[in-house]
Design a protein around this ligand. Structure first.
Ligand code: HMG
Length: 411
């Protein structure tokens, strides 16, 4: 496959909240058959943020890990972009808090991007353009996706929540994944599939319509990336990564692309075709959805969480192989692109694997989970929050808003 790889992802790290909810327990509490959440949506558990864990604390934790684990000097970062739809201020970007707490240079350009789940992909492509233009002058960019997905208790969206941040460093000759600037396709259309008005902590979603919007955007961006000719692309790719609001969505997405490429339509009633789709999905997509199944929707970071999953398992065996990445943000904006796994990507599998962090998470009872969600509603105006009240002992935490100023402290 002919690619033009020059720039891409040089470092990757995930950081998420300390607590999670088990989907079987949530289903039982809601009087739903657990198979709906486990199989129908594909989710095993979902990360839940406490009031002291916000977009800033998760972004900083992920950013620090990316710098430390990949041995990158903070002074080498010349652009910091935080993609988020969980802003903490109408004016002040999460990025400028992260800039200070990560100890980045004052000559670093710093801003926040918002377009629902698409914000980090927007940051990634903007960083690549910044490097290609020559303006980087040898420096690297850091893009952090940080979000808390909340639909509210007892809503249809409740089992598709989650929280977490993925930090990536973008550089020439990247150690993990290069992205081909000649195969990046975009799509934009104003739709009301999912939104969060200024007055609400919770997202509003027209759930089934949002799935259609996602699939339409996938068709449009894929077509744009390949200039209308897909040329049996999926068979030549080692993996296809998608935005993952819930694991089953990646299956629907892969089905759509396979239908575009083969001209067939796949349904359970046609056993042979359905078997072919299952096998294709099982080989190219499913192996890289384990983290998404345990963490849930982290909005801007969810596509890149799947990339972490791929690189931690198959960085060595898939070295040099081409993969596709699809980012979707409701509202809506999307990008489909092709990338190449770096020759030495496998050397970094251990550094980017969040398995230990996930093993240390605390399973919340449904009562505790509901208390956290209710407590989070007023967290922005609480004067004093104590991390210990939420079982949090070490790390950077939000400790309340005093004199209209948010405070962050290390414990
Ligand atoms: P729902 O209506 O409660 O669920 O909401 P459903 O009835 O559609 O069932 C879900 C699946 O479970 C179905 O599978 C059922 O058949 C199956 P499908 O037919 O789709 O393959 N099912 C079962 N399977 C096994 N055993 C059972 C059983 N019962 C049912 N007993 C919905 C589901 C996703 C709509 C809801 O959770 C929701 O609104 N979520 C939020 C919106 C969302 O995630 N949209 C995704 C696309 S938009 C996007 O990705 C952007 C986003 O990330 C935001 C952003 O950009 O910022 C959301």
């Amino acid at each position: 496959m002919i690619l033009n790889p020059t720039t891409g992802i040089d470092a990757l790290a995930f950081a998420g909240p300390a607590g999670y909810v088990d989907m079987t327990e949530l289903a039982q509490a809601r009087g739903v058959d657990p198979a709906k959440y486990l199989l129908g949506l594909g989710q095993n558990s979902m990360a839940i943020a406490a009031p002291c864990e916000d977009t800033v604390t998760m972004a900083v934790a992920a950013g620090q890990q990316a710098l430390q684990q990949f041995d990158i000097d903070p002074d080498d970062i010349g652009t910091l972009i935080v993609g988020t739809e969980t802003g903490i201020d109408h004016s002040k970007p999460v990025a400028v808090y992260a800039h200070e707490l990560l100890g980045l240079s004052q000559n670093c350009r710093t801003f926040e991007t918002k377009h629902a789940c698409y914000g980090a992909m927007a940051g990634l492509t903007a960083s690549m353009d910044w490097i290609a233009s020559g303006r980087a002058r040898g420096r690297k960019a850091m893009v952090i996706a940080s979000d808390i997905a909340r639909y509210g208790l007892n809503t249809a969206g409740e089992p598709t929540q989650g929280a977490g941040a993925v930090a990536m460093v973008v550089a020439p000759e990247p150690r993990l994944l290069s992205i081909d600037p000649m195969h990046i396709g975009d799509y934009t259309r104003q739709v009301m599939d999912f939104w969060r008005p200024l007055y609400s902590k919770y997202a509003f979603a027209d759930g089934h319509y949002s799935i259609q919007c996602y699939l339409d955007a996938l068709s449009g961006a894929h077509n744009d990336a390949l200039n209308g000719s897909s040329d049996a692309l999926l068979d030549r790719l080692a993996a296809s990564l998608y935005h993952v609001p819930f694991v089953k969505m990646a299956f629907k997405a892969h089905q759509r692309l396979l239908e575009i490429e083969t001209g067939n339509s796949y349904s359970k009633e046609q056993a042979d075709g359905w078997q072919q789709l299952q096998e294709h999905f099982g080989e190219k997509v499913a192996p890289w959805l384990k983290l998404n199944a345990e963490i849930g929707n982290i909005y801007t970071g969810s596509l890149f969480l799947s990339l972490i999953d791929l690189l931690r398992q198959a960085g060595t065996s898939l070295a040099g192989e081409t993969i596709s990445l699809f980012s979707y943000g409701s509202g809506c904006g999307a990008t489909f692109c092709l990338g190449q796994i770096a020759a030495q990507a496998g050397d970094w599998s251990a550094q980017l694997d969040p398995a230990t962090q996930l093993q240390q998470r605390r399973r919340l009872s449904i009562d505790e989970y509901e208390q956290l969600i209710n407590a989070s509603e007023n967290a922005d105006t609480e004067a004093q929050l104590n991390p210990a009240d939420y079982g949090l002992d070490s790390g950077l935490f939000y400790t309340g808003t005093r004199d209209h100023i948010r405070h962050y402290e290390h414990f």
